[in-house]
Design a protein around this ligand. Sequence first.
Ligand SMILES: Cc1cc2nc3c(=O)[nH]c(=O)nc-3n(C[C@H](O)[C@H](O)[C@H](O)COP(=O)(O)OP(=O)(O)OC[C@H]3O[C@@H](n4cnc5c(N)ncnc54)[C@H](O)[C@@H]3O)c2cc1C
Length: 339
Amino acid sequence: MINQTQLPSDVRSVAVIGSGMAGLCAGILLKEKGCEVTVFEKSRGPGGRLASKRVEGGSADIGAQYFTVRSPGFSQFLERYAGTDTYQPWQGRFGYQKGENHWEAFPEEDRYVGVPRMTAISRALSAHVDVLAQTRIHSFNRSTDSNRWSLVTTEGENHGPYDAVIVTAPPAQTMELLANSNLPALAAEMEKPVQHVQPCWAVAAHFAESPFAHYDGMRPMSEILSWVANNSSKPGRDDVGQWWVLHGAPEWSHANEQTPADEVARQMVSEFRAITGTELEPDGLVPHRWLYAKSSATETPGYRWFDDERIGLAGDWLDGGRVEGAFNSASSLIEALSR
Ligand SMILES: Cc1cc2nc3c(=O)[nH]c(=O)nc-3n(C[C@H](O)[C@H](O)[C@H](O)COP(=O)(O)OP(=O)(O)OC[C@H]3O[C@@H](n4cnc5c(N)ncnc54)[C@H](O)[C@@H]3O)c2cc1C
C-alpha cells in the first residue's frame, strides 16, 4: 500500500542514493535529527547536476547555471552548511530574445552561483555527511525478519542494513533502481515522471576575446540553443579570455542524442555565432551530454514516501525541476520524518 504521510519515528539509519543538492540536503538534515546516514554516489564526486567541468585555465559550469534562494529555509541551510564564501550573486546582465533583433532584460532577481565554481557548494555540503563516491547502487533488498534494507552495488558489494532508503536520482535511474529491487508497483509510478525529463547538450566554448558584450546570460529564440552564458562573468572566475556555456534546446538535444559530440559542438557554435553576430571562432570546445537534464513535469507533489516499504523519493523533478526545488523536495521529506 502506498501512503504518502510521514516517516515513522523509528527510522534511525538511512541510505541516501545520490549526492546532488537533494541527496546532500536529505543526508545533512537526517544527520541533524540524529540518524546514521550514508550517501551513495556513482560519480567521482558529489554535486550531480550542480556540475563544473575542468577546462583549460579553470572550469566551466556545464550543468545548473545559477540558482535562486527564495525561501528562508534554503538561505539558512546554505549559510549553515555550505558557508557564505562558497556562493555569491551573479551580477550579470540577463536577457531573452523576443524577435530577430529584439532582446528584453530578464526580471530582476538575485541569481547565485558557486565560487569559484558551481561544485564549491556541493563540496562544502559533502563535508557534513558521509558520501561514498564511485559507488553505483544496483538494487536494495529487504530482509524478511528485520524489515531492513541492504544495498547492493553494481560491483556486487553489500552495504547496510538500513531502516529506510531515500532515492534522489533522476526519474529514469530511480525507476531502474526500483525495478531491480523487485518493487514493480513503485517502479510503475515512475513511468510518467520519466517521460517529462528532457536531455540537454552542453558545450563550453573558449574565446580569446569577448564574442558578445550585451548580455552575460541569455535565452535566444532558436531551435538549436536554449541558453548561452558568459561563464567568465561569474564571480571568482579568473579566466584568460572568456569561457561561454551553450545549452542545446530540449527537442534539438533529443534529436541529436546520438550525434557525435564534435558535430554537436560545431552546430551549436555556428548557431551562437549567428545569434550574436560575432565573427570570432572559439579556440577551445568541451562538450557534455546530459541525458536527464530537466523535468518539465507540472504535477509536483514535493516528495514521495512509501510508508510500508520505508522508501522515500526526493529530487528536483518532484518540486519544479531546479536547484532550489531539489532542496525543497528533500527538506520537506525530512520534515515529515520529524513529525
Ligand atoms: C544543463 C542544465 C542546466 C540547468 N540549469 C539550471 C539553472 O540555471 N538553475 C537551476 O536552478 N537549475 C538548473 N538545472 C537543474 C538543476 O541542476 C537540478 O534541478 C538540480 O541540480 C537537481 O538536483 P538533484 O539532487 O535533484 O539531482 P542530481 O543533481 O541529478 O543528483 C542525483 C545524483 O544521483 C546520482 N545517482 C543516480 N543514480 C545513482 C545510483 N544508482 N547510485 C548512486 N548514485 C546515483 C547521480 O550521479 C547524481 O549525482 C540545470 C540542469 C542542467 C542539466
